[in-house]
Design a protein. Structure first.
Length: 244
């Protein structure tokens, strides 16, 4: 048997799928996961339960819609392909039918900035794409429109889809989308949420660009996500560097 390409990445895809279900943001085999490769991407096969999935069930695909191996990719392969083709910053894609994101997608409304964390989608709203049938070119088209300047969106009467620079970040973003949808649903039960203004969200979005970054990763002019701190040992660090 020929050695599988990208074995580590295939195992990482399976691990992401298992975590997706463990975290309660997906059910059964309804969601799908992919990761970029130099030739295209790897994604989950159609209809195989994640706990039974093996590396050979992670399908190798190119950006022309071709695949390698005996297993068919997920019916939603086209959405993943179109994200990788149109968003060069995307390193991994996660699509789920998480409960609250799916419920709110049935309302076919964008989720407004009721909470500053809506910025994890990349803008001041979490958009909901227009409805299109699953697995079709039309679905990819409306998805790409909803994800303009965004890294996440809802899919009308369907679920959610996100991307990130890698599998871990994509999974994190999918979890945050589901949490936001749950929080928005809960707020609606209590009353009418107060929506943050564009001005209030503008500083949030600027700071989100450095969210999770450490000092060495910041560039000149970047807005700091963590503010107001004073490093007490900086003098000692500088002195040690001079001695070295």
């Amino acid at each position: 048997m020929a050695k599988l390409k990208y074995l580590d990445l295939r195992e990482a895809v399976i691990d992401t799928c298992l975590k997706m279900n463990e975290e309660g943001i997906n059910q059964g085999t309804s969601g799908n996961v992919s990761v970029r490769t130099p030739e295209g991407f790897l994604m989950t096969a159609s209809g195989i339960p994640y706990h039974k999935m093996k590396p050979e069930h992670v399908v190798e695909m190119d950006l022309g819609g071709g695949y390698v191996g005996e297993y068919l990719p997920s019916t939603e392969w086209r959405m993943h392909l179109d994200i990788f083709k149109n968003r060069p910053e995307a390193g991994a894609v996660v699509h789920t039918h998480s409960i609250y994101a799916t419920a709110l997608s049935c309302l076919r409304k964008d989720i407004p900035p009721f909470h500053y964390m809506i910025g994890i989608a990349g803008g001041t709203t979490l958009r909901c794409a227009k409805y299109a049938e699953y697995g079709t070119p039309e679905l990819s088209k409306v998805m790409l429109a909803a994800m303009k300047d965004r890294q996440a969106c809802l899919l009308a009467n369907h679920g959610q889809i996100v991307f990130g620079p890698d599998l871990a970040k994509a999974l994190w973003r999918a979890g945050e989308v589901e949490t936001l949808c749950h929080q928005y649903w809960a707020a609606l039960q209590a009353g009418k949420p107060v929506i943050l203004t564009d001005k209030e969200m503008s500083t949030v979005l600027a700071r989100f660009k450095t969210y999770g970054k450490q000092p060495g990763e910041l560039k000149k002019g970047d807005a700091e996500s963590v503010i107001g701190l004073v490093r007490r040992d900086l003098g000692k660090v500088r002195a040690a560097r001079k001695k070295a």
